[in-house]
Design a protein around this ligand. Structure first.
Ligand code: DX5
Ligand code: ZN
Length: 240
């Protein structure tokens, strides 16, 4: 835990990495989950796409259920689908620990959040780059996680849209002002060169796909990202 100055208020935070499995070779998903957990990763990001909310199609609750036996770490399903509420029971049964739905896909977002929590999962809400994060203000107190998209969802390997980090700063300030407890997550385009900017803005959970899962290099990449996070925290603590 470190102290950091965040818009005049002092916040305690320890950032974590949430690897996005989509970037890994699908033929090795089981082994890759075991590898990341052995490196101390506590949360796995699962990108669920339906070909309607986003142009791409990935995998569903069936595959999540099959992967469950490969790790005990948190399975966090990021649903880039229309009508995500229809999938809540299936993901809960598959062993998902958390479900993040898009603000843009939920006209009745509060109801969907309640449904996720009733199934015993952590509830998250995501905003696309073009959506103002302030629109989440009425539901922030019901959320376990807020996801700021730093790319337009649909594909891994895109370049981060860094002005989105202002949303992270707003979420940090709001969290302190209202004494809330949601985790602030960022997703899209994070690499070794720009991770410092995400951390400085106040990101607490950092989704990383293509810069982390690389054939034969996943372990060294995780260690490198963890080192960068520790170095940043040491600077905040005045130890570096
Ligand atoms: C984008 C997904 C992201 C993405 C992350 O639609 O939500 O999780 O796959 O991958 P990178 O880190 O490659 O942007
Ligand atoms: Zn994602």
């Amino acid at each position: 835990m470190v102290s950091r100055d965040c818009g005049g208020t002092v916040e305690k935070m320890k950032a974590i990495i949430a690897p996005s499995l989509l970037a890994a070779d699908a033929g090795c998903w089981g082994q890759e989950i075991e590898l990341v957990e052995s490196e101390g990763i506590t949360c796995l990001h699962l990108d669920i796409m339906d070909g309607r909310f986003v142009p791409n199609i990935t995998f569903g609750p069936g595959q999540v259920g099959m992967l469950r036996k490969h790790g005990k770490l948190e399975f966090d399903a990021h649903l880039m689908v229309v009508e995500p509420e229809r999938l809540i029971p299936a993901f809960a049964s598959a062993g998902a620990d958390g479900m993040t739905v898009h603000y843009e896909a939920c006209p009745h977002l509060h109801r969907v959040i309640e449904m996720i929590r009733e199934q015993g999962m952590k509830a998250g809400a995501a905003v696309n780059p073009a959506t103002p994060v302030e629109l989440l203000a009425p539901v922030l107190s019901f959320l376990d996680r807020v996801l700021v998209m730093t790319v337009n969802p649909g594909f891994g390997g895109q370049k981060a849209i860094l002005p989105m980090l202002k949303k992270v700063e707003w979420l940090q300030a709001e969290k302190a002002r209202e004494n809330l407890s949601y985790e602030i997550q960022v997703d899209g385009g994070v690499d070794r060169q720009n991770i410092g900017q995400f951390l400085s803005a106040g990101a607490e959970s950092i989704v990383i796909g293509s810069a982390l899962f690389q054939p034969g290099k996943t372990r060294e990449n995780i260690q490198a990202f963890m080192r960068l996070i520790s170095e940043q925290e040491a600077v905040w603590q005045g130890k570096a």
